[in-house]
Design a binder for this molecule. Structure first.
Ligand code: MSP
Length: 526
């Protein structure tokens, strides 16, 4: 991709029936890191996130809380979902709510178009529905509860709660027409669904044949009205998926739409089917391009189970950021978990990595180098003299870290990108230990060599500030200021990070990049 290209990335939009937990924040951070990375390549990156506010789940939550669904949604968005973005330092370009007028209008336009083109017909739905999933279920999606409150009843395998039996007049989308077209898409664009595990599951699912999809409900009215029949509201998933196009001007701003669409879509693997089957079928029916890619990431597990509020394993992001800060939150989830696989969260692992990698690894490196330039050169960054093999090795690592991390980002391997950058952190620490600048400083005859060693490490810090800025925006900003970086850090080209060099002055770091945190040995929390 070349400079100036558009890079549009979207997160799923989040249900406002409850407050955010770290599983939601995980998707947000990954999308934000990718958006920031692409922005630093000079691309016109656009990050969209937002909230999913219609449907029975929200309606019932509002009723249970003695309020209207609109009031409930307004409150949750203002008190919980928008503040989440600040808590974890998300630089989104837009925030869409499915109750926005711009969205509701786009849904009506899209639906009318499908109806006019014969992709929609009236019928009757008879079958199971899980309100927790907001999904029509087949018998083999259900299990008989082995024990507990619902013992012996048919329950949703995900929510462990009884499903409802629906018998309603509904409108249907002729999704069955798109089975072969979808299989052709997966074949001709093998990276459309990623990673391979999710792709295989999706291909298997579509190969079994697709049914038509009920896309309206008539037994409640919290949703977008079907434009030709106001006794129906649009099925919440059909409504929600359209946020990705309604937010960029579908049907009203053709120029913006053409500039941004298609998007890269990050979703949890639990909702990959909606995004990799239903969504491209809808787009094909409307004659629009399908997403560039749908990436299904893994789950955060707590105690071996998918973390969720309904199973009482939910952890609020602020529980972590209040102690460790937003940078550590971002770094931990992006580096400790292979993106695309499930990963277990534990407080012990978080605090161990904070201490070893951020405080002792990166933070200490920055403080030591800056302190030595201040001490031995009065803050003036020395110039490079003759280079030894050890200096050349650092320069080679700067180059390798830049190239590899950029290549890994193109395959969504965020954790691999970070570990390529961390090789530079580790090698710089090893280089300082080996070169012993404090020993060189003792003999004026070694002045030039001391200068070369410190200039090499300052250059390394510059490369690190640029490469780590998408993941650690706050700490790298502090570092950038301390090493006298010229211009805005977020405007430094990340694909050219190895070439950073500077001959100005360092200032003192205002405080350690990652302060020591006293951790309770038993709980792992501070
Ligand atoms: N509203 C739908 C999405 C509609 S998009 C058109 C929805 N919302 S959600 O709030 O339930 O989930 C949003 C995202 O959070 C999903 O990608 C989901 O996978 C993710 N996660 C929820 N719990 C999670 C974990 N425990 N771990 C990782 N991600 C998790 O689905």
């Amino acid at each position: 991709m070349s400079a100036g290209d558009s890079f549009y990335i979207a997160t799923p939009i989040f249900y406002v029936n409850d407050v955010p937990h770290i599983g939601h924040a995980y998707t947000e951070v990954a999308a934000d890191v990718l958006a920031r990375w692409h922005r630093q390549r000079g691309e016109d990156a656009w990050l969209l996130t937002g909230t999913d506010e219609h449907g029975q789940k929200i309606l019932r939550t509002a009723v249970a809380n003695n309020t209207t669904p609109q009031e409930w949604a307004d409150r949750l968005v203002a008190d919980s979902w928008q503040p989440l973005l600040e808590t974890i330092d998300i630089a989104n370009d837009d925030f869409i709510r499915t109750t926005d007028e711009r969205h509701e209008k786009a849904v009506a336009t899209f639906l009318q178009r499908l109806y006019d083109d014969g992709h929609i017909y009236a019928g009757e739905y008879e079958g199971y529905y899980c309100v927790g999933c907001e999904e029509y279920k087949q018998l083999d999606d259900l299990v008989t509860a082995p024990d507990g409150e619902y013992k012996g009843q048919l329950v949703c395998a995900i929510h462990s709660r009884p499903v409802e039996i629906l018998k309603e007049k509904n409108y249907f989308f002729r999704m069955s027409d798109f089975g072969q077209k979808l299989l052709d898409l997966y074949e001709s664009q093998p990276d459309f669904v990623q990673p391979a595990s999710v792709r295989n599951e999706i291909v298997q699912f579509v190969k079994q044949g697709l049914d038509d999809l009920s896309i309206s409900r008539s037994s409640f009215d919290w949703g977008v009205k079907v434009p030709w029949d106001e006794t129906h509201v649009v099925y919440v998933w059909f409504d929600a998926l359209l946020n990705y196009v309604s937010a960029i001007g579908y049907g009203v701003d053709d120029e913006q739409f053409a500039k941004r669409w298609p998007a890269v879509q990050l979703v949890g693997k639990d909702i990959a089917r909606f995004h990799a089957v239903i969504w491209p079928a809808m787009l094909m029916a409307a004659g629009l391009p399908v997403p560039r890619a749908v990436f299904g990431h893994g789950w955060l597990l707590v105690g071996g189970e998918k973390m969720s509020k309904s199973k009482l394993t939910g952890i609020a992001p602020s529980q972590i950021t209040d102690t460790f800060g937003s940078d550590a939150f971002r770094y931990y989830f992006m580096s400790a978990i292979t993106f695309g696989q499930d990963g277990s969260f534990s407080w012990e692992d978080l605090s161990a990595r904070y201490q070893a990698e951020l405080a002792n690894g990166f933070g200490n490196l920055a403080s030591r180098v800056i302190a030595m330039v201040n001490k031995y050169f009065d803050g003036e960054i020395p110039t490079l003299g003759e280079l030894t093999a050890s200096d050349e090795a650092i320069i080679a690592t700067q180059k390798r870290a830049t190239e590899k991390s950029n290549a890994y980002i193109d395959t969504f391997a965020i954790n691999e990108a970070l570990s390529s950058v961390w090789q530079l952190v580790d090698e710089l620490n090893g280089y300082i230990t080996e070169q012993e600048p404090w020993a060189l400083s003792k003999d004026p005859a070694n002045r030039e060599r001391l200068g070369t060693v410190l200039a090499t490490t300052v250059n390394g810090l510059g490369t690190l500030a640029i490469l780590l800025s998408p993941v650690l925006p706050k700490a790298t900003e502090k570092l950038w200021t301390a090493i006298g970086g010229v211009g805005e850090l977020r405007e430094q080209r990340i694909d050219d990070a190895q070439n950073w060099s500077h001959s100005g002055r360092v200032t003192a770091l205002e405080s350690s990049l990652f302060p020591r945190i006293e951790v309770d040995a038993e709980s792992g929390t501070a």
